[in-house]
Write a protein that binds this ligand. Structure first.
Ligand code: NAG
Ligand code: NAG
Ligand code: NAG
Ligand code: NAG
Ligand code: NAG
Ligand code: NAG
Length: 303
């Protein structure tokens, strides 16, 4: 009797261990299938449009978007409006010699933290070596949703003087015929500005993701998506062997406001003239196919 019970326990433990193993195996297999698919899609679009160059040298503007964390050999490409403040917090938390906690990292100081190292800080030779040796990660988001998020964040809040006054007034004086700067910048005006501005001087908050991170020439190990940020961030943290208790923080800049989602975005695009919408799609024409987003879901509501 005793023997039979212990056999049973042994069997149960064994079955649990196997199924636990299979469960984790299944998740990591799913992750690598997803990652392979995302990388292949990027490469396909790059080749199709002749955007991979053999004589490539990393651009300074791209090296400035990349942040380096040495302990975990981690390089992260910053795409504004795609959870980048939280990734900067993670990079600071990963550096154990700093001994920081999540609570200490309030939103406003993380972007100007002198403790973060950009890849552009290093010599060109070192940059190439770090890109080769480290785990490179970038995150994407639906380009049009990202645009709405940038508009809401930068132009609907008056405490950000640089954007809500300086940049907004520059855009208004370009776009408004009557020159009256009193009324708030509208989304339509913002969109009109984006399609007519000189791309050389475009602000990083609405520069296409493809230009910020140059995935045609930098082969990212992990391409995460904002839409599945919890799973993808967990995958990144496991891959770089981050401490097990470190989680992707879920901190919003404006805690009392709804995060920009597809319903909110569709509302903004519903009011745009079709011609303007098409020009806007043209600005982000590579981001859609490269990162597997569908602009037609917006077009349908716009007809
Ligand atoms: C691709 O670009 C290179 C120069 O960057 C050019 O020489 C070549 O003709 C282009 N190929 C196609 C198919 O456009
Ligand atoms: C941790 O941060 C300090 C201060 O920026 C830096 O000097 C050091 O190299 C960082 N350590 C690692 C391993 O990145
Ligand atoms: C990169 O890896 C190579 C080969 O393993 C090694 O010799 C080199 O020191 C590494 N460089 C850096 C910056 O980690
Ligand atoms: C500018 O527009 C605001 C609101 O529409 C109006 O109250 C104001 O008088 C206008 N200013 C000028 C100089 O036209
Ligand atoms: C944009 O600015 C760059 C740099 O000043 C200039 O060379 C280029 O001609 C401009 N493009 C357009 C379309 O005005
Ligand atoms: C959110 O809170 C800020 C002050 O903290 C306030 O100015 C703003 O109106 C609030 N927004 C909403 C949508 O309640």
């Amino acid at each position: 009797m005793r023997k039979a019970t212990s056999k049973l326990y042994f069997l149960i433990t064994f079955v649990c261990a196997i199924s636990g193993f299979l469960f984790h195996y299944k998740i990591s297999a799913q992750n690598s299938v997803t990652q392979n698919h995302r990388r292949d899609t990027v490469q396909y679009i790059c080749h199709k449009n002749n955007m991979t160059s053999s004589q490539w040298k990393i651009k300074h503007s791209v090296a400035r978007q990349l942040y380096v964390e040495h302990t975990h050999k981690f390089i992260y490409c910053e795409v504004p409006k795609v959870g980048c403040s939280n990734w900067k917090r993670i990079i600071l938390l990963l550096n154990s010699s700093l001994g920081l906690t999540v609570d200490e990292l309030k939103h406003n100081n993380v972007h100007i933290s002198p403790l973060l190292r950009r890849l552009s800080f290093y010599s060109w030779k070192m940059q190439a070596e770090l890109l080769n040796n480290y785990t490179t990660v970038m995150f994407t988001r639906d380009p049009l949703e990202r645009l709405v998020s940038a508009y809401r964040d930068k132009f609907l809040h008056d405490e950000l003087y640089y954007y809500s006054k300086k940049v907004a007034n520059r855009i208004k004086s370009r776009i408004r015929k009557n020159g009256n700067l009193t009324e708030r910048l509208s989304f339509k005006e913002f969109a009109s500005f984006i399609v007519s501005e000189n791309a050389t001087y475009r602000d990083i908050h609405w520069t296409p993701i493809m230009e910020l991170c140059d995935p045609c020439n930098i082969h990212y190990d992990i391409i995460g998506k904002f839409e599945t940020i919890k799973q993808d961030a967990a995958y990144v943290l496991r891959s770089i062997r981050a401490p097990k208790n470190l989680e992707y923080p879920d901190i919003k800049h404006y805690a009392n406001e709804t995060r920009t989602n597809d319903l909110i975005s569709k509302d903004y695009f519903r009011s745009l003239p079709k011609e303007l919408f098409k020009k806007l799609m043209n600005v982000y024409r590579y981001d859609f196919p490269m990162f597997d987003y569908n602009p037609y879901i917006y077009l349908q509501i716009n007809i």
